[in-house]
Ligand binder design. Structure first.
Ligand code: ATP
Ligand code: MG
Length: 339
C-alpha cells in the first residue's frame, strides 16, 4: 500500500548548479540554480534559465544570486524565492496545491542547521510533509543499484559544488569523503589559467562552455574534440580578443583538481572494511553527476585504481530518478528518508 497521495508529491534535486523538480513522475523543471533580483526593491526579476542569461551581464540595480554553495543553501531567502519561482513556472496558480509533500535531496555532510534551512524553504513554498534523502543514496537508487543488499557499492558524484565519494551497503553509508572540488572548481581553474597563461579575462559562463566543449582529464583521448574558440578581454590592452584552446591544455589545467578527487577516492577505499572492499573490487565504481561527462574520466580513474569504472546512464539525472523512485516506493525506502 502506498502511504502517499501521488498528486501532491514533489521530488526535488536542489543542486548547486541545477535544480530539478519532479511531479507525477515527470520532470517539470530542470534549470540552473540562480535568480536575478532588482536591488532597488528586492523583487525577483527572473528565475532559472532567464536569470542565468543575465548572469555576469547585470548593472548596478540588478544582481544575480546562486542560492546554493557547495551543495547546501547559503542564502535562505534566495533559495525560497528560487523554488517558489520555479514552481510558479511549472504550474499555473490554480493547479498548485497548497499541501505539498516534498522529498528533497541533501548532501551527505549536511549539518542540522543546513537541514533546517532546507525544511524551512520547503515549508515556505507550501510543503506540509517534508522529507529529505542523502544525495548519494538517491543517486545510487537512481542508477538502479540495490542499496539494501549486504553488498558494497561505491559511487562518485561529481556535481557543481561538491564531489561525494561513498560506499553504500545495507541502506547506509559506510564510509565517505565530501570534496569541495567539482564543476565550479573546474571552471575556476580554467578562468585562472586563461588569466595566467594567456592574459585573458573570461567569465564563469565562458569557462563552463570551454569545459563542455574541450573538457578532458587525460591527454590521450581516442576521439579528441576540435580546439575551441575562447573570447575574453586582453588584460594588457583591455581590448576583446579570441584565442583557441585544445583539450590537452584543459587536461593539464584540471589535473590538480582531479588529483584531489582521486585522493578522496583512494582515502574512501582505504577506510572501507575488507569484505566491502572485495565487493567493490568485483563490481567497480559508479560515476555520476555532471562531472562524469569529462572526457577520459573513466579511463583516468581506471588507471589510478585498477578497478572497473561504470558511467551512470544519465549522469545529470541519477539523483532525480532516485528521489522519485523513493517517493513512489515509500514502504521500500522509508529507512533512508530523513525528516
Ligand atoms: N559535458 C560536461 N562536461 C563537463 N562538465 C559538465 C558537463 N555537463 C555538465 N557539467 C557540469 O556538471 C555540473 C552540474 O552537475 P550536477 O547537475 O550533477 O550538479 P549539482 O547537482 O547541481 O551540484 P551539487 O551536487 O554539487 O550540488 C556543472 O558544473 C556543469 O558545468
Ligand atoms: Mg548533485
Amino acid at each position: 500500500m502506498k502511504l502517499f497521495n501521488f498528486s501532491k508529491n514533489f521530488g526535488v534535486d536542489l543542486g548547486t548548479a541545477n535544480t530539478i523538480i519532479m511531479h507525477n513522475n515527470q520532470i517539470v523543471i530542470n534549470e540552473p540554480s540562480i535568480i536575478a533580483i532588482d536591488t532597488t526593491n528586492n523583487k525577483v526579476v527572473a528565475v532559472g534559465t532567464e536569470a542565468m542569461n543575465m548572469h555576469e551581464k547585470t548593472h548596478q540595480n540588478l544582481r544575480t544570486i546562486k542560492p546554493l554553495r557547495d551543495g547546501v543553501i547559503a542564502d535562505y531567502y534566495a533559495a525560497e524565492q528560487m523554488i517558489k519561482g520555479m514552481l510558479k513556472k511549472a504550474f499555473d496558480k490554480r493547479s498548485i496545491l497548497n499541501q505539498k509533500r516534498f522529498l528533497i535531496c541533501i548532501p551527505y555532510c549536511t549539518t542540522e542547521v543546513e537541514k533546517r534551512a532546507v525544511r524551512d524553504s520547503a515549508q515556505q513554498v507550501g510543503g506540509t510533509d517534508v522529507y529529505m534523502i542523502h544525495e548519494p543514496i538517491a543517486a545510487a537508487i537512481g542508477i538502479g543499484l540495490d542499496i539494501q543488499e549486504a553488498n558494497g557499492s561505491m559511487l562518485v558524484d561529481i556535481g557543481g559544488g561538491t564531489t561525494e565519494v561513498v560506499v553504500i551497503s545495507l541502506s547506509g553509508i559506510v564510509c565517505s569523503q565530501s570534496i569541495r572540488v567539482a564543476g565550479n572548481a573546474f571552471d575556476a581553474d580554467i578562468i585562472d589559467y586563461m588569466r595566467r597563461e594567456h592574459n585573458l579575462l573570461i567569465g564563469e559562463r565562458s569557462a563552463e562552455k570551454i569545459k563542455l566543449e574541450v573538457g578532458a582529464v587525460i591527454s590521450d583521448i581516442p576521439n579528441p574534440p576540435e580546439p575551441c574558440k575562447v573570447l575574453g578581454r586582453d588584460l594588457m590592452t583591455g581590448i576583446p580578443k579570441a584565442i583557441m584552446v585544445s583539450y590537452k591544455e584543459i587536461a593539464s589545467v584540471l589535473d590538480k583538481s582531479l588529483i584531489k578527487i582521486e585522493e578522496g577516492i583512494l582515502k574512501t577505499l582505504e577506510e572501507c572494511p575488507p569484505e566491502l572492499a572485495s565487493d567493490i573490487h568485483e563490481r567497480g565504481i559508479f560515476l555520476t553527476g555532471g562531472g562524469a561527462f569529462l572526457r577520459g574520466l573513466q579511463e583516468r580513474l581506471h588507471r589510478k585504481t585498477n578497478l572497473p569504472i561504470h558511467l551512470a546512464p544519465e549522469p545529470l539525472l541519477s539523483v532525480t530518478k532516485g528521489v522519485w523512485k523513493a517517493l513512489d516506493n515509500l514502504e521500500i525506502y522509508k529507512s533512508v528518508l530523513l525528516r
